[in-house]
Design a protein around this ligand. Structure first.
Ligand code: PMP
Length: 408
């Protein structure tokens, strides 16, 4: 790989030249969604200008082009996360739809009254609510791995929760609210010893570190394209082919069948069985291009640089008067969460926005973990490989001004 040069990389992202309130945009809301390189934007335009068709190998040329582009994107995803084959890659709208798909197909078939589903206290609502719905429907019970005051999972407690009633363990790889990286390999291995199926929510890990689903070992792995510099409305469910073979369909309709009579339907093998109707073809293709883009930079180079940003920002933000960092796990992705005495998170967000700096201020769709730490909201700058040390300095300078102005 060529050496990593942030100022060259930034030229690939047209939106980073935007002005906001008379200041250059500083995009520190990467955990919510990431910006798109020109290659992705152009790939989507190219699809609509030269390839657009529904995907069926019909008689005509454009159907062949769009089918090829869509299936090539699936192959890129499979290679990127280390899947054994493209049959293990299902395109969905995003991580949320992916988890709901698993709950409503594998879950409805395999979870029964008295069974237990384990999640953690760190989860995004997308990995909580689908399991609450399934538990209410089936009479299963939800168990929660507790989290300590630094935002790390309490693994001893996890071991105690596992039993022969545990049918499923579903955990985030990286917490979107705190940045904690969880030890998914160990969590998966322990679950498997207890005979449970495992899901890893990779929405926040895929953009920051190279992923090898076979070494993680989970049965399912989900993520969203838009957090990986790809388009919105496209995401991925990886499922081990052994498990997918026995998973019933979710939505019914076109594409997912192999034969339909008025009396019965026969279904496609995975992944087609789970892709009813016309999918988000153009954005799947765009996701493939986003993956090729980050692969060119190199996931290891990205992880290294983002870690430097985090190491630079953490002590500087912590040193601002009245600031308390929220989530101080030893192993973290480039997410900083904090509160400031005498100043509401939303007001800090607005003050930063006045100077062109975009951060998330709120509960981050993870209310249980914030409440566990005694909070309703935090300020959350989250960094990507196109951010700079200078941008962090600008944010810290504004935080210092806010701290001087705010009552104690
Ligand atoms: N899980 C985690 C850890 C997330 O951070 C997010 C997005 N904030 C999701 C799931 C849901 O992703 P999406 O909204 O793209 O479906």
């Amino acid at each position: 790989h060529p050496p990593f040069d942030v100022y060259t990389v930034r030229k690939d992202f047209p939106i980073l030249r935007e002005q906001v309130n008379g200041h250059p945009l500083v995009w520190f809301d990467n955990a919510a969604t990431t910006q798109k390189p020109r290659s992705v934007i152009e790939r989507i335009a190219h699809f609509y200008e030269h390839e657009n068709s529904n995907i069926h190998r019909a008689a005509h040329e454009l159907a062949a082009r769009s089918t090829d582009a869509y299936e090539q994107a699936r192959a890129i995803v499979a290679r990127f996360i280390g899947a054994s084959s493209t049959e293990e890659i299902i395109f969905v709208r995003g991580a949320t739809e992916g988890i709901n798909l698993i709950a409503q197909t594998w879950g409805r078939k395999n979870i029964h009254a008295g069974d237990e589903i384990i999640i953690s206290h760190l989860e995004h609502h997308a990995n909580i609510v689908p399991w609450q719905l399934l538990a209410a429907e089936t009479g299963a019970q939800l168990k929660v791995i507790p989290v300590d005051d630094t935002g790390e999972l309490m693994l001893g407690e996890y071991t105690r929760l596992l039993s022969d009633r545990t049918k499923l363990v579903s955990v985030a790889h990286v917490s979107n609210a705190l940045g904690t990286i969880t030890p998914v390999r160990e969590i998966v291995a322990e679950a498997q010893r207890a005979g449970a199926v495992t899901i890893v929510d990779g929405a926040q890990s895929v953009p920051h570190t190279s992923i090898d689903v076979r070494s993680i070992g989970a049965d399912f792995f989900v993520f969203s394209g838009h957090k990986l510099f790809g388009p919105t409305g496209i995401g991925v469910v990886y499922g081990k082919s052994e498990i997918l073979q026995d998973v019933p369909p979710w939505q019914g309709g076109g594409n997912m069948i192999s034969d339909v009579t008025l009396e019965r339907s026969l279904f496609q093998p995975p992944p087609g069985r789970f892709e009813a109707g016309t999918g988000n073809i153009a954005d799947a293709v765009g996701l493939g291009t986003a993956i090729e883009y980050v692969e060119r930079i190199g996931m290891d180079a990205i992880a290294r640089y983002e870690h430097e940003l985090l190491e630079y920002a953490t002590p500087r933000v912590a040193a601002v008067r009245g600031v308390r960092l929220v989530g101080t796990a030893a192993d973290k992705a480039s997410v900083l969460s904090f509160v400031m005495a005498g100043c509401e998170p939303i007001d800090i967000g607005k003050a930063l926005n006045e100077k062109g700096i975009a951060v998330r201020a709120g509960h981050h769709c993870a209310q249980p973990i914030l409440r566990r730490l005694g909070l309703e909201a935090t300020v959350r700058p989250s960094f990507a490989f196109y951010n700079t040390f200078d941008e962090i300095d600008r944010m810290v300078a504004i935080l210092e001004q806010i701290a001087v102005r705010s009552p104690r």
